[in-house]
Write a protein that binds this ligand. Structure first.
Ligand code: XMP
Length: 540
C-alpha cells in the first residue's frame, strides 16, 4: 500500500489527514501493534462494542503522531519479540504522559512494565500457551467487573517471558500458574495490563475487560454505520470540493459501495468505468450496469472490450500469463477511457481495512507470490491522481452494513467474491468461447441450486470450473465425449485459508444431474474437496 500511495499526488495528504482526524477521530482508541497474530481481533472486539479504533505499528508512532491524533485510550498489543532483547519493540514514552488510560496485553503488558519500572524475566520452562486459568487476587475493581464468574476464570495465554515485579503504584488483581502478575493495574492512572489475550474468544469473559477499560476511558459507544456514512459523505465533499473523481466498477461489493457512497457525496462529479472483459458470468454485466445506471443513476462509462481481452488470451494456457495479460489490458483500457474525461484529480478505490494495516514484520523476508492478483492499484504513475479510499477504515462485514445503509440491494451486498481475472482462471488450459459458454451455463445452475437450498450465505464462495479434459459418457443410448465440470464451494473467514463445504450427497447428485441434463458439452461432474492450504480456492 505504501508504494501505491506514494505514487500518487502527495500534495493533499497532510490536509486530508487533518480533515479526517477532525471528523473521524474525536473518539479514537489507538491500538499499537507489536506484531501479534491476533491484533486485528482487538479491533474487531472494539468495533463490536461500537467504538472507533485504529491499529498502527509501533515503529510508525512518534510523539508528533500521538499529539496529532489525541487518542482517548491506548491499547498495547501482544507480539512475538521479547522485551529482554536489545532492540525490543518499544512505543514512545509520551503515551504514559498524556493522561489517557492504557491497556497492555501480553507483550504490551511486559513492555509497559519495562518502561514504568517493573521487571520481566525469561520463563524458562514455565511458558503458558493456550488455555489457562486466572485466580482473583485483592479487591474487586471496575476494570474486572463481570470478569470472574467464580474464582477461576478461563483465559488464553501465549507467553514465554513474564512480569516478575511491578512498580509500587501498581497492584496485582489476578494470578495464573506461571504468571504471578496475570492482571495488574494502577487504578489512579487507569493503566491496566494483562498477561493473557482478552481479545480472543477462548478468554471467556475477555470482552468484559475490554468494555470496562473503554468505559473507564470515557469512550463513547456510539460508532455505527449511519454515523460513519454521514461522516464519510462530509469528508468526501471536503476532500473533493469541485474536482472530479473516477472509479473502476467491477460489480463486486467493495467497488460498488465505494462508488455509491462517493456518488451520494458528490453526484455527477464522479464518473465510473465498467470494463467488460468478456470473462464475466452469465448476464452479470447487464445486471450490474442496470443497478448502477437505473437504480443509482451513476455516471457510467461501459467499456465493452470483450474482443480485446479474448483475442489477447487466445492460445494462452499458463495461469500466471493469463493473469498478467488481463491485469495489463485492464490498466490500458481503464487509462484510455479515463483520459477522455477532462480534469480528473482523484481515483476512488475500494481498499478495505485489512489491506491497509501495515503488518509488523520482524523477519523482513519477502513473501512468495502464489498468484498475482490484479486491481486498479497498478495504474501507472503518470496518471498522477490522488487516491480516495472511503472504505479503508472498514472490515468486509462492515462494508456490507454500509452498503445496506446506502440502499444497495441484498443480492449485490451478499454476493460471493469474484476474482478480477474472472472466468479466465476457472477455465484451466486454453480459453475459448465454447468453453466460456459451457462454464457460464453450468455456473448459473449450480448457484441457483445453492440459493434454492438456502445455502448461499453459509458458503463463502462457490463456482464451477470447466476442466480441459473430455471423458466418455452415455446418454440416451448414445456415446458422449464431453467436458468435465468441477464444483467448488468453500467456507472461509478471509479467503486466506478455506475448507470445502460439506454438501449432502442428495444436493450433489441433484445438482450434477441438472448440469448434465441442461448444459450441452458437459457429461461428468466432480466435487472438489480440497482445503486451502494445500489447494487454493480458485483453480488457477
Ligand atoms: P485463491 O485462489 O488465491 O483466492 O485461494 C483467494 C480469494 O481471492 C480471490 N482471487 C482474486 N481476486 N483478483 C481478485 O480480485 C485476482 O486476481 C484473484 N485471484 C483470486 C479468489 O476468488 C478468492 O476469493
Amino acid at each position: 500500500m505504501a508504494s501505491l500511495f506514494q505514487s500518487f499526488k502527495e500534495r493533499d495528504n497532510v490536509k486530508l489527514f487533518l480533515i479526517e482526524s477532525k471528523l473521524m477521530k474525536d473518539n479514537l482508541v489507538l491500538i499499537i501493534d507489536f506484531g501479534s497474530q491476533v491484533t486485528q481481533l482487538i479491533a474487531r472486539r472494539l468495533r463490536e462494542l461500537k467504538v472507533y479504533c485504529e491499529i498502527h505499528p509501533f515503529n510508525k508512532i512518534n510523539d508528533e503522531f500521538i499529539k496529532t491524533i489525541c487518542p482517548k485510550a491506548i491499547i498495547l498489543s501482544g507480539g512475538p519479540a521479547s522485551v529482554l532483547d536489545d532492540n525490543a519493540p518499544t512505543p514512545p514514552s509520551i503515551i504514559f504522559d498524556i493522561g489517557v488510560p492504557i491497556l497492555g496485553i501480553c507483550y504490551g503488558q511486559q513492555i509497559m512494565m519495562k518502561m514504568l519500572g517493573g521487571n520481566v524475566i525469561h520463563g524458562s520452562g514455565t511458558s503458558e500457551f493456550g488455555k489457562s486459568f486466572v485466580k482473583k487476587k485483592n479487591k474487586s475493581i471496575s476494570f474486572l467487573k463481570d470478569f470472574f464468574k467464580d474464582n477461576n476464570e478461563q483465559v488464553w495465554m501465549s507467553h514465554g517471558d513474564h512480569v516478575s515485579s511491578i512498580p509500587s503504584n501498581f497492584e496485582v488483581y489476578g494470578v495464573s500458574e506461571n504468571a504471578p502478575f496475570a492482571i495488574i493495574g494502577d487504578i489512579k492512572k487507569h493503566f491496566y495490563a494483562v498477561q493473557f489475550h482478552p481479545e480472543v474468544v477462548h478468554t471467556l469473559s475477555g470482552k468484559n475487560i475490554i468494555k470496562n477499560f473503554l468505559q473507564l476511558a470515557n469512550v463513547s459507544f456510539d460508532w455505527n454505520m449511519k454515523a460513519y456514512l454521514e461522516q464519510a459523505v462530509h469528508i468526501i465533499k471536503e476532500k473533493v470540493r469541485d474536482k472530479k473523481v473516477i472509479c473502476a466498477l467491477s460489480g463486486g461489493v467493495d467497488s460498488s459501495v465505494t462508488a455509491i457512497l462517493i456518488h451520494k457525496a458528490i453526484g455527477d462529479q464522479l464518473t465510473c468505468i465498467y470494463v467488460d472483459n468478456g470473462l464475466m458470468r452469465k448476464n452479470e454485466s447487464e445486471e450490474v450496469i442496470k443497478l448502477y445506471t437505473d437504480h443509482f443513476k451513476l455516471n457510467l462509462i461501459e467499456a465493452n472490450e470483450q474482443q480485446l481481452f479474448l483475442s489477447n488470451l487466445l492460445g494462452v494456457t499458463d495461469p500466471e500469463e493469463k493473469r498478467k495479460i488481463i491485469g495489463k489490458l485492464f490498466i490500458d483500457v481503464f487509462q484510455k477511457y479515463a483520459l477522455e474525461i477532462e480534469g480528473v484529480d482523484f481515483l476512488a478505490q475500494g481498499t478495505l481495512y485489512p489491506d491497509v494495516i501495515e503488518s509488523v514484520s520482524f523477519s523482513g523476508a519477502p513473501s512468495v507470490t502464489i498468484k498475482s492478483h490484479h486491481n486498479v492499484g497498478g495504474l501507472p504513475k503518470k496518471m498522477n491522481l490522488a487516491l480516495i479510499e472511503p472504505l479503508k477504515e472498514l472490515f468486509k462485514d462492515e462494508v456490507r452494513l454500509l452498503g445496506k445503509e446506502l440502499g444497495v440491494p441484498n443480492k449485490f451486498i451478499e454476493r460471493h467474491p469474484f476474482p478480477g481475472p474472472g472466468l479466465a482462471i476457472r477455465c484451466p488450459g486454453e480459453i475459448t468461447d465454447e468453453k466460456l459458454n459451457i462454464l457460464r451455463n453450468a455456473d448459473e445452475i449450480y448457484i441457483d441450486q445453492i440459493k434454492k437450498h438456502g445455502l448461499y450465505n453459509e458458503i463463502w464462495q462457490a463456482f464451477t470450473v470447466i476442466l480441459p479434459v473430455k471423458t466418455v459418457g452415455v446418454m440416451g443410448d448414445a456415446r458422449t465425449y464431453d467436458y468435465v465440470c468441477a464444483l467448488r464451494a468453500v467456507t472461509s473467514i478471509d479467503g486466506m485459508t478455506a475448507d470445502y463445504y460439506q454438501f449432502d450427497h442428495e444436493f450433489l447428485s441433484e445438482t450434477a444431474t441438472k448440469i448434465i441434463n441442461n448444459v450441452a458439452g458437459i457429461n461428468r461432474v466432480t466435487y472438489d474437496i480440497t482445503s486451502k492450504p494445500p489447494g487454493t480456492i480458485e483453480w488457477e
